[in-house]
Ligand binder design. Structure first.
Ligand SMILES: [Zn+2]
Length: 217
């Protein structure tokens, strides 16, 4: 049995109502998100596909990957996408003590601000955070909310990280469950690349043809 839901159930959204799971949207808007980058070649693939549809998205970056690939990070920003915090080292909240978790998240925040300065760009005010694996303790979330972060979860999981599913299954997870205001998770990571690179162009085409626009958070 899979340990995740392609579509986040309502009861989970209600149980954790302080987190953002989707946007209430009357407009035909979809919010694509990409976790775990920047990753050479794979992030550039995503950027090129998004550009074809004039789509904007949100990238929840790992601090360490930003430090390793600042030039790709710059490309994401230059293309007009939003940046979110995904911790410095992709920590699992449930298995990490609170002080370490917050410190690691603030390290990522620092790395993001520093890169913005290096690029001579105004520091992004957007304080958005996505917990790696979607796993965060209540106390950790409370502390981040107190520090002005919005915790962005998702309503649609492509499950591109799941190496046991087919490319078509990954695509269908998105096509079947996406509606106006959905927040969709993909990964610009090596592990997810095969399924993501199959599904993303088709998702962009499918929903663009139906008159949807893709927006960043
Ligand atoms: Zn992640």
């Amino acid at each position: 049995m899979k340990s995740y839901f392609p579509e986040t159930p309502r009861f989970i959204m209600r149980l954790f109502s302080k987190y953002t799971w989707r946007f209430n949207s009357d407009k035909k808007e979809i919010f694509l998100t990409f976790d775990d980058g920047p990753t050479p070649k794979i992030t550039q693939f995503v950027l090129a596909e998004l550009k074809k549809y004039n789509a904007k998205a949100t990238f929840f970056c790992i601090g360490k990957n930003i430090q390793n690939h600042p030039e790709i990070f710059k490309d994401i920003i230059s293309d007009g996408h939003s940046i979110g915090n995904h911790t410095q080292n992709h920590l699992k909240g449930w298995q990490t003590n609170n002080a370490t978790y917050i410190e690691n998240t603030l390290t990522c925040e620092h790395v993001i601000s520093k890169e913005f300065k290096n690029l001579k760009l105004k520091t992004q005010n957007l304080k958005i955070f996505r917990p790696p694996y979607g796993k965060i303790k209540k106390a950790q979330a409370k502390e981040l909310l107190k520090r002005g972060y919005k915790i962005i979860m998702w309503s649609v999981l492509s499950a591109d990280f799941d190496t046991t599913i087919s490319n078509e299954k990954c695509l269908n997870n998105v096509l079947k469950n996406t509606k106006a205001g959905s927040i969709i998770v993909f990964h610009d990571s090596v592990k997810a690349a095969e399924r993501m690179q199959y599904a993303l162009p088709k998702v962009l085409k499918h929903f663009s043809d139906k008159g949807f626009v893709f927006k960043s958070i």
